[in-house]
Design a protein around this ligand. Structure first.
Ligand code: HEM
Length: 410
C-alpha cells in the first residue's frame, strides 16, 4: 500500500470497517509519511497525524491548535453549511478557551471521582442485569446489539436522570447521529437527514430542561438545566449541546469498547482464561480493551499560528486529523502493539485524548467496563463466535455493530 492509498483510508467510512486494512494503512504512514497530506474531491485538505508523540504534542498546544472551526472531519457540503448557518450544536468539542474552560467547569465537578463513586452500586446493578439478560437469551445472542449497546445507554439514562421508557428512542437517535456514515444505521445519507436527527435531539432535551428547571433533582440534567455563567443562565443551545454530548459521547464509545473487548477475549482464549483466573488484572484489561478498540477514531485540530512539527511547517488555517488508533499502535511507544495483552503495563494509550479536552467521562467509562467484566467473567463457562462479526462504517466513532456469540453461563 502506498502512502497515497493509506491516506485515502481516512476519508473512506468502509475502510474503518476493515480493521486489518485500516491498521495496515496506519503502519504505512507511521513508517513512511507520519504527517501525511490527504486530498480528496469531497473534503478540504488536511494532514493526518499518525505518531503517538505528535498527537500528544498537538493536544498539549491548545493555543496553537484549536478545535474550532472543524473539530471532526466533515465534507465540503457540511463545511459550506457550517459557514452559512453556523454549527448545528455548540458542545465542549466545538469550543476553545476561554469558553471551553468555563463550560467544561459547569459539569466537571459532577464527573469527579468522589461523585462518581456514588454510582458504583448502580453500575454493578446494571452490569448484573446484563448477565441476567444473557441468561434469558439462552446461550446465543448478538453481544454488540443485545448487551454492549444496551448497558452504557442505561448508565447514561441513569446519570442524566431520564426515564427508562425513553431508552429505545435514545438508542435510535444516537445510532442515527454517529452511524450517519453507515447506510444500515443512518436515517438517510443527506445533510437534511442529519439535521432532522439533531432537531429530534433538540425537541427531546428542550422538554427535559423545562422539567428540571421547574423541579431540580440530583441528576446531571439538573446541573445542566440550571447552570449559569457570571450569574446569567446559559443559553438553550449550550444546554442542549451539553445533553447531546453526554448522551452521545458516553454511549457508542463505551459500547464499542465492550463489544470489541469481548471479541478480543473470544479470539484469544488464553487471555480470557488469564483474566478469569486473576480478576486483579481487570483494571489493566479495561485499559487494554480501550487501547485495542480505540472507539473514537479521531479529533481534528486547526492551526492558529505558524507551527513546525517533525520538520513540517504548518500555517494558520491548516487542519490536522489526530489518528488515535494509529497513535495507540505506535511501535515506538507500545511493546508488541499488535498484541492484545490484558496485563499490559505501562499503557499510555491516547484513546481518551489528552490535554484540556481530555475525555470528561474517562473514569466513568472505565468504571462501566470494569463493572461489566466483574459481573460477567465469573459466570462465563464458555463463549465463542457464532457468526461473522461486523464493524460499523464510520469516520468518527465506531466499532462492532454485530458480534454473534454462543455461550454457556454457570
Ligand atoms: C471508552 C469510552 C470513551 C472513549 C474512548 C472516549 C473518548 C473521548 C475522546 C478521544 C475525547 C476527545 C479528547 C480530546 O480532544 O483530547 C472525548 C471527549 C469527551 N468525552 Fe469521551 N470517551 C468515552 C466515554 C465517555 C463517557 C462515558 C462520557 C460521559 C458520560 C464522555 C464524555 C465526553 C465529553 C463530555 C467530552 C468532551 C470533553 C471536552 O471537549 O472538554 N466520554 N472522549
Amino acid at each position: 500500500m502506498t502512502p497515497y492509498e493509506a491516506g485515502q483510508v481516512f476519508v473512506t467510512p468502509a475502510a474503518y470497517a476493515d480493521p486489518a486494512l485500516f491498521h495496515e494503512a496506519c503502519a504505512v504512514l507511521r513508517r513512511e509519511d507520519p504527517i501525511h497530506l490527504v486530498e480528496h474531491p469531497d473534503f478540504a485538505p488536511f494532514h493526518v497525524i499518525t505518531k503517538h508523540a505528535d498527537v500528544l504534542e498537538i493536544e498539549l498546544h491548545n493555543k496553537e491548535w484549536e478545535n474550532a472551526p472543524r473539530p471532526v472531519i466533515s465534507n465540503l457540503e457540511a463545511d459550506r453549511m457550517r459557514e452559512q448557518q453556523g454549527d448545528l450544536l455548540r458542545t465542549l468539542i466545538h469550543m476553545d478557551d476561554p469558553d471551553h474552560r468555563t463550560y467544561r467547569g459547569l459539569a466537571a465537578e459532577w464527573f469527579l471521582p468522589k461523585n462518581l463513586a456514588k454510582l458504583e452500586g448502580r453500575l454493578a446493578e446494571l452490569a448484573s442485569l446484563s448477565a441476567v439478560r444473557m441468561a434469558e437469551l439462552g446461550g446465543h445472542c448478538d453481544f454488540a446489539r443485545d448487551i454492549a449497546m444496551q448497558y452504557p445507554l442505561q448508565v447514561i439514562l441513569s446519570i442524566l436522570g431520564l426515564p427508562e421508557t425513553d431508552y429505545s428512542r435514545m438508542l435510535k437517535l444516537t445510532q442515527e447521529l454517529f452511524g450517519s456514515a453507515d447506510p444500515e444505521l443512518s436515517r438517510g445519507v443527506s445533510m437534511d437527514d442529519l439535521v432532522a436527527v439533531i432537531q429530534d435531539f433538540f425537541a427531546y432535551f428542550t422538554e427535559l430542561t423545562e422539567a428540571r428547571k421547574a423541579a431540580p433533582t440530583e441528576d446531571l440534567a439538573s446541573v445542566i438545566a440550571n447552570a449559569s455563567v457570571d450569574g446569567v443562565p446559559i443559553g438553550l443551545m449550550e444546554q442542549i449541546s451539553y445533553y447531546v454530548i453526554v448522551a452521545t459521547a458516553g454511549h457508542d464509545t463505551t459500547a464499542s469498547a465492550m463489544a470489541g473487548g469481548m471479541q478480543a477475549l473470544i479470539e484469544r482464549p488464553d487471555q480470557l482464561a488469564r483474566l478469569q483466573a486473576d480478576p486483579s488484572l481487570i483494571g489493566s484489561a479495561v485499559d487494554e480493551i480501550i487501547r485495542w478498540v480505540t472507539p473514537v477514531k479521531h479529533f481534528m485540530r486547526n492551526c492558529t499560528t505558524e507551527y513546525t512539527l517533525r520538520g513540517h511547517t504548518f500555517r494558520p488555517g491548516d487542519a490536522v486529523l489526530l489518528s488515535y488508533p494509529s497513535a495507540n499502535r505506535d511501535e515506538e511507544v507500545f511493546v508488541d502493539p499488535m498484541t492484545f495483552d490484558v496485563g499490559r503495563s505501562p499503557n499510555k494509550h491516547l484513546a481518551f485524548g489528552f490535554g484540556v479536552h481530555y475525555c470528561l467521562g474517562a473514569m466513568l467509562a472505565r468504571m462501566e467496563i470494569k463493572a461489566l467484566l466483574t459481573e460477567l467473567l465469573p459466570r462465563l463457562r464458555s463463549i465463542e463466535l457464532a457468526g461473522e462479526p461486523a464493524e460499523m462504517q464510520t469516520l468518527f466513532v465506531g466499532g462492532l455493530k454485530r458480534l454473534p456469540v454462543a455461550y454457556e453461563l454457570v
